[in-house]
Design a binder for this molecule. Sequence first.
Ligand SMILES: NC(=O)c1ccc[n+]([C@@H]2O[C@H](COP(=O)([O-])OP(=O)(O)OC[C@H]3O[C@@H](n4cnc5c(N)ncnc54)[C@H](O)[C@@H]3O)[C@@H](O)[C@H]2O)c1
Length: 267
Amino acid sequence: MPNTISNRFEGKVALIAGGAHAIETSLMGFAGLAALEIARGGGKIMIGDIDDIAGKQSVKNMREAGLTADYYHLDVTSESDWISVVEKTSSLHGHLDIMIMAAGINNRGETIETVSVPKWRQVMDVTNLGMFLGVRSVAPKMRENGGGSIVLISSMMAKITHNQANAYATSRAGMTHFARSAAVQYGPDNIRVNCVLPGWAVTPFTAEMFDDEWMKQHEKRVPLGRIADASDIAGAILFLASDEAKYVTGSELLADGGVTAWLGPVD
Ligand SMILES: NC(=O)c1ccc[n+]([C@@H]2O[C@H](COP(=O)([O-])OP(=O)(O)OC[C@H]3O[C@@H](n4cnc5c(N)ncnc54)[C@H](O)[C@@H]3O)[C@@H](O)[C@H]2O)c1
């Protein structure tokens, strides 16, 4: 019998890195909302993040709603943190089927000449070292159980850039190529590795940057005519995480409202 939405993730265990912003406030992150939907779909979730206050509050709210959720402090740049969170998840639930890696920081407003070397390294570390450590920590556990799905949250900035935030854009492009490489390596283990490339979306990550004036200007640049919210992106993440995407690996799913398809408002 095909899965219905209500049992879409029945029996699945998911680790969501960078998913602290689930239902602790009205403004959700992509991965936080995806975590919530996996739990609502019958899955068991472990959220890992450095924002312990938001993560613990999200998990508390989910448990009060009758969902199976835990939180563990995870700095994605720390290999020992990854090993601990995978061990904790396994000891609670016995297996691990899904990993979503959404941790990210920006270097908006900085050019190649103004970004400091420590800042450049930090952006690269959270995204690229983080995904590498995450994949190699979860893959052995997924292999033991016959496979799994890994979803890396990149950005449309992997495809197009502007004159600032070079570290961010470069790290996001690295993510898509790493996903292809990991998909090839782990295909024989039935572990799928894919990327979602979100466009502009209002989340805790961007809420301060995207003021009214910014929204008005940028909406004009989106073929679908609006800036996304977390639900617009979570749908793409959930598709790749689920068995509906069981033959999809090494792919990039753009969820950008068409921005990267368009040269822009020129004749
Ligand atoms: N919102 C957008 O417009 C947009 C667009 C494209 C891509 N993205 C990417 O999507 C991902 C999710 O962002 P979001 O917009 O849902 O916001 P979000 O703030 O909910 O998610 C980012 C999370 O990363 C966590 N984090 C930062 N450094 C970390 C570290 N070292 N270890 C563990 N966690 C860490 C933060 O605490 C936060 O919870 C990010 O990687 C972001 O770069 C966002």
